[in-house]
Design a protein around this ligand. Structure first.
Ligand SMILES: NC(=O)C1=CN([C@@H]2O[C@H](COP(=O)(O)OP(=O)(O)OC[C@H]3O[C@@H](n4cnc5c(N)ncnc54)[C@H](OP(=O)(O)O)[C@@H]3O)[C@@H](O)[C@H]2O)C=CC1
Ligand SMILES: Nc1nc(=O)c2c([nH]1)NC[C@@H]1CN(c3ccc(C(=O)N[C@@H](CCC(=O)O)C(=O)O)cc3)C=[N+]21
Length: 292
């Protein structure tokens, strides 16, 4: 048996098309162009690639794309001032500060400075708290993209056993919250988890967000389980996920590839969140199916 490949690239294109339709409607009917501002501090090559991809796709769906680049040795205050300007700028509906920030900056402080209504990453503690209490929030893009693919593949997720490997604030924890919100029985595993293989073998849904190339092997997977690979690891063999793809695909029921899985969905969800933020800011109806 070979797993169904969940084509994140194709799914992301559909999400972006839907976003584009709404952007056109906001322009035609309300004279509003949703705007996304991306802030990049420093010259990390991977971050530069993502920021470039984000800018290109933002423009493709008809939104305003603003990019701000600061030197790696910029002061934290420079970033805070820029964020304050963007908070006050009516053309900007979404603000993303690319992570990680240089070590001399306090990430939590910078994230807390972003207007929660413009926090399209969903990293502000207000949005984290709203998600945790089941209220309307901005949802982090990577977990949102994973949830969309899972709902599309399974329909109802209620009662399924989900294991999330990784407990970061940007992927693991919000992913677990979303799965709980869809009534999964959720386990969060991390570096101190005992007998990870045995924990993962109980899962109907596995989300791997670790950052260790090909860590999740075929022997960990319950036959027929759905495997979502969030990992992006650059190795000598090129870009690989946290899942040992070929052997796992022999056991799993469905699997996302790397590249072409979660990554493109992350960017599509960023655009979706920007439209959602723009609609909320203007008291307009939100498009269906673009948030959790
Ligand atoms: N496709 C996309 O759009 C995105 C992809 N990514 C990728 O996803 C991966 C995870 O990212 P992120 O959450 O930011 O990473 P972090 O490094 O912040 O978190 C990694 C998590 O994995 C856990 N972990 C590390 N080693 C092990 C192990 N041996 N066994 C079990 N758990 C372990 C850590 O546990 P502990 O907490 O105990 O240290 C931690 O909770 C990376 O490859 C990253 O590049 C990230 C964001 C977006
Ligand atoms: N504030 C903030 N928000 C983020 O969402 C954020 C961030 N900081 N810092 C870095 C991580 C990483 N991330 C990715 C986005 C797209 C792909 C993506 O599209 N990947 C392609 C491959 C691209 C390639 O070849 O490198 C794919 O998987 O098919 C990957 C990773 C967002 N992140």
């Amino acid at each position: 048996m070979t797993a169904t490949v969940i084509d994140g690239k194709a799914f992301a294109a559909k999400v972006r098309a839907k976003v584009g339709t709404h952007v056109a409607r906001l322009k035609d009917e309300h004279g509003i162009t949703p705007g996304l501002a991306v802030v990049l501090v420093g010259e990390d090559p991977a971050s530069q690639v993502y920021v470039k991809m984000k800018g290109k796709m933002t423009k493709e769906v008809g939104m305003l794309s603003l990019e701000y680049r600061l030197n790696a040795d910029a002061a934290e205050d420079d970033v805070l001032r820029l964020v304050a300007d963007l908070n006050a700028n009516p053309e900007v509906h979404g603000i993303l500060v690319q992570l990680p920030l240089p070590k001399h900056m306090e990430e939590a402080k910078v994230l807390a400075a972003i207007d929660p209504a413009k926090d399209v990453d969903g990293f502000h503690i207000s949005n984290v708290g709203l998600l945790a209490t089941g209220q309307k929030a901005m949802i982090p893009c990577t977990p949102l993209g994973c949830l969309m693919m899972l709902r599309d593949h399974h329909g109802d997720l209620s009662g399924m056993n989900a294991v999330v490997i990784g407990r970061s604030n940007i992927v693991g924890k919000p992913m677990a919250q979303l799965l709980l919100g869809d009534s999964c029985t959720v386990t969060i595993a991390h570096s101190r988890t005992r007998d990870l293989a045995e924990v993962v073998r109980r899962a109907d849904i596995v989300v791997a967000a670790v950052g260790r190339p090909r860590m999740v092997g075929a022997g960990w997977i319950k036959p027929g389980a759905t495997v979502i690979d969030v990992g992006i690891n650059r190795t000598d063999d090129g870009l690989v996920g946290d899942v040992d793809y070929a052997p796992v695909a022999e056991v799993a029921g469905a699997i996302t590839p790397v590249p072409g899985g979660v990554g493109p969905m992350t960017i599509a969800c960023l655009l979706a969140n920007t439209v959602t933020a723009c609609c909320r800011a203007n008291d307009l109806a939100e498009p269906d199916g673009l948030t959790a």
